[in-house]
Design a protein around this ligand. Sequence first.
Ligand code: C5P
Length: 239
Amino acid sequence: MEKREELYSGKAKSVFKTDDPDRFILTFRNDTSAFDGVKVEQLDRKGMVNNKFNAFIMEKLQQAGVPTHFEGLLNDNEALVKRLDMFPIECVVRNIAAGSIVKRLGVTEGQELTPPTFETFLKDDALHDPMINESHIRSFGWATDAQMARMRELTYQVNDILKALFLDAGMLLVDYKLEFGVFSDGEIYLGDEFSPDGCRIWDKETREKLDKDRFRQDLGNVVESYELVGRRLGMNFDD
Ligand code: C5P
């Protein structure tokens, strides 16, 4: 697999073309951003930790029957993935109220959400990723009803798999964001990444925040915490 030119550089990852038109290389950088890029820092080892964290989770999901774009780790900071045509939609599931829903609806942080909520946001930095509903998605043609139904189904399937995985290791999966796209075979696959940058994870007993809220709220030990979560789940960051 030959790495070619950079196609896109996001806030924490870059996407490179390869000599295979159906494959991209994802590079996980140390850049860490919050509040729509207002707060940005370089955190040592974060790219490596998130690359390996994502690989572990994507493999677990794949084994459990969720189609993902992940094909394999290339090195500490890079992974080979399928080239997807991404939907401009962020799918968020919440098991416990935290973050934007607390501000938006005035509910208490920590309130259990039964059943879990499913929300969609438009992926648009300039507009600060506004919340959208299925009617917007239909009217503006961002996805068909069938595609949206599939994304919702897969997002909930991921919840069943990962909630149990985290709980077995003494942690609560509070919420997370997923992004999907269509591969050349016409099927919908889970794209982007699953790492502590895009989810909330609390210790089950102490409710200590173990995810990117440590960065957003200046709690310190950000990457150390990501690594600790990974090790509790059985990940190995040493090779
Ligand atoms: O900010 P909010 O509470 O809506 O975020 C819900 C979940 O989605 C959090 O785990 C957050 O890290 C993730 N998220 C993300 N990227 C965004 C928006 C939210 O990873 N652009």
